[in-house]
Design a protein around this ligand. Structure first.
Ligand code: ASP
Length: 443
C-alpha cells in the first residue's frame, strides 16, 4: 500500500488530526484516573504535547501586526482609489460596508440568542479558564471595567501607533492596542490612495511584499496544522473530556447558522430587491464557484473561477466584475467578519467576559475592519481573531479551543466570502451600461 496520505487535502489532514487527537484524548481522560497517572499525564501535556501544539499558534501570532497593517492599508487603498473608477468604486465600497455590517449584525444576533459559550458545563468552563489564566481570570475577578465612551472613542486614534503595536498583546494594557493599529492603518490606506500614483507606487509595492511574506508564513503554520491540531485536541480532551467537543459542535452549528442566514436569506433579498435577479438562478449559475471556495478555503484561489463565472454565466460587464472581484477577493470578507464576531463573542462567553452593548459595538467595528483586512487564504482570519480577543481581554491563546474545527468553518465562511463578492458585482452592475462579453476591461 502506498502512502496516499500525502495526497490528502490540507482540510482532510487537519480534520483527521483533530479526530485522532481528540479521540486519543477522550480515551486517556477515561483511563487515567490514579493520582500518579494524572501527574504523569500533566507532565507530558505541559512539557511535550502542548508546546508542540503551540508552535502553530505562535507562528500565527508572529504575523498579526505586519499582516494587519499591510492588508488593511492595501485593502483600503484599493477600495479608496475611487477616483479611478468613480461611481463603480463608490458603489462597491458602499455595498461592501453594507453587507459586511449585516454579516456582523447577524453574528451578534445569533451569538446573543444561542449563547454557545454558555452551553457548556460549569466544570468544563472552569477547566478552560484555569488553562488560560491571566487576563481572563483578572477580568472575571474584577468584572470588565467600563471605560467612559469618550475615552474609548479617543483611544481609537493612536497617539503613537508603534507603542500601540508593541502593547497589542499585553493583557493589562488599557489603551487602544490592536484596534488603534487598525484605525491607523485605515488612515494610512485612505491617505495612500490620495497620493499621486508615482509617489504611492513604491510604497504599495513594499506593502504588497510584506503582505505576501506574511501569507507565506501563514502557509508554514497551516503545514503544521494537522499535527498542531492533533496535539491541541489531545491536550484539551485529555484534561476536559468529551463535553468540550459537544460545546464546540454547538458553537460550530451557531457559526454555520449565521453564515446560512447571510447566504440564503440576506443575499437573496439584496439580489432580488436591489439587483433585480432571481436568487435561485444566481445560485445555480455560481455553483462551480461555491464548490471551489468550499474545497480550497481560499478566496484568492477561487478568484479565477469567480472571474470566469461572472462573465460567462452571470453575464456581468467585465469592467465591473473584474474590478469588484479582484478587490473583493481580499477586501470583502463578509463570511469572515461574521465568523469572527461569533467566535470572539463565544470565547468571551466561555471566559465569562461580560461585554456591554458598547463593547460589542467595538467588537463589531473591529470585525468589519478585519473583514477588510483578512488575507484570502486558508486560516487568513486567525491572526485577526487573536487580535480582537486580546483587545477585549480574552487570552489570545484560547484560540486553541476552536482551532480543531476551524478548517471546516473556514470552508463555509470562504464560500460566503466569494458569494458576497459576486453579489456585490451584481448589485454594482445594476443600472450600469452593458458591454459585449469578453470586451477588454476598462479598469
Ligand atoms: N479562508 C478565508 C478566505 O480565503 C479567509 C479566512 O476567513 O480565514 O476567504
Amino acid at each position: 500500500m502506498t502512502w496516499k496520505i500525502w495526497k490528502w487535502s490540507g482540510a482532510a489532514l487537519i480534520l483527521a488530526g483533530l479526530f485522532l487527537g481528540s479521540l486519543a484524548g477522550i480515551i486517556v481522560n477515561h483511563q487515567v484516573v490514579t493520582p500518579a497517572g494524572l501527574a504523569c499525564l500533566s507532565w507530558w501535556l505541559e512539557q511535550v504535547i502542548q508546546p508542540f501544539g503551540k508552535v502553530f499558534i505562535r507562528i500565527i501570532f508572529m504575523v498579526v501586526i505586519p499582516l494587519i497593517f499591510s492588508a488593511i492599508v492595501l485593502g483600503v487603498a484599493e477600495m479608496g482609489d475611487v477616483r479611478k473608477l468613480g461611481r463603480i468604486g463608490l458603489k462597491s465600497l458602499g455595498y461592501t460596508l453594507l453587507l459586511t455590517t449585516t454579516g456582523v449584525l447577524v453574528a451578534l444576533g445569533v451569538v446573543n440568542v444561542f449563547a454557545p459559550g454558555q452551553h457548556m458545563t460549569e466544570a468544563t468552563r472552569d477547566s478552560l479558564r484555569a488553562r488560560y489564566v491571566g487576563a481572563a481570570a483578572e477580568k472575571v475577578a474584577q468584572g470588565v471595567k467600563e471605560t467612559p465612551l469618550a475615552d474609548t472613542l479617543l483611544n481609537l486614534i493612536p497617539q503613537n501607533p508603534l507603542a500601540e503595536a508593541v502593547q497589542a498583546f499585553s493583557p493589562n494594557y488599557t489603551g487602544g492596542g490592536l484596534i488603534s493599529v487598525m484605525v491607523f492603518s485605515l488612515f494610512f490606506g485612505v491617505a495612500l490612495a490620495m497620493c499621486a500614483p508615482a509617489k504611492r507606487e513604491p510604497l504599495t509595492a513594499v506593502l504588497q511584499g510584506v503582505f505576501e511574506v506574511c501569507l507565506v508564513i501563514i502557509g508554514f503554520a497551516m503545514k503544521l496544522a494537522p499535527v498542531g491540531v492533533a496535539c491541541l485536541g489531545f491536550a484539551l480532551t485529555a484534561q476536559i473530556g468529551a463535553d468540550l467537543l459537544r460545546s464546540l459542535g454547538f458553537y460550530a452549528a451557531v457559526v454555520i447558522l449565521g453564515l446560512g442566514i447571510q447566504q440564503w436569506l440576506i443575499y437573496p433579498l439584496f439580489l432580488k430587491f436591489i439587483g433585480g435577479r432571481s436568487p435561485l438562478a444566481f445560485f445555480k449559475d455560481i455553483k462551480e464557484v461555491l464548490l471551489t471556495a468550499f474545497s480550497t478555503s481560499s478566496s484568492n484561489a477561487t478568484l479565477p473561477v469567480s472571474l470566469r463565472v461572472a462573465e460567462t454565466q452571470l453575464k456581468l460587464p467585465a469592467r465591473i466584475s473584474r474590478f469588484v472581484l479582484t478587490v473583493g477577493a481580499s477586501a470583502n470578507q463578509n463570511g469572515t467578519a461574521l465568523y469572527e464576531g461569533v467566535t470572539v463573542l463565544f470565547l468571551a462567553q466561555v471566559f465569562g467576559v461580560d461585554l456591554s452593548l458598547g463593547q460589542q459595538a467595538v467588537v463589531a467595528f473591529m470585525c468589519i475592519l478585519a473583514g477588510l483586512g483578512t488575507a484570502g487564504v486558508p486560516g487568513g482570519s486567525l491572526p485577526l481573531v487573536v487580535g480582537v480577543l486580546v483587545t477585549i481581554g480574552v487570552p489570545g491563546e484560547s484560540i486553541a479551543i476552536i482551532l480543531g474545527i476551524d478548517r471546516l468553518l473556514d470552508m463555509c465562511r470562504t464560500t460566503l466570502n466569494v458569494t458576497g463578492d459576486l453579489v456585490i458585482a451584481v448589485l454594482v452592475s445594476k443600472g450600469e451600461p452593458a458591454e459585449p462579453t469578453g470586451a477588454p476591461a476598462q479598469v
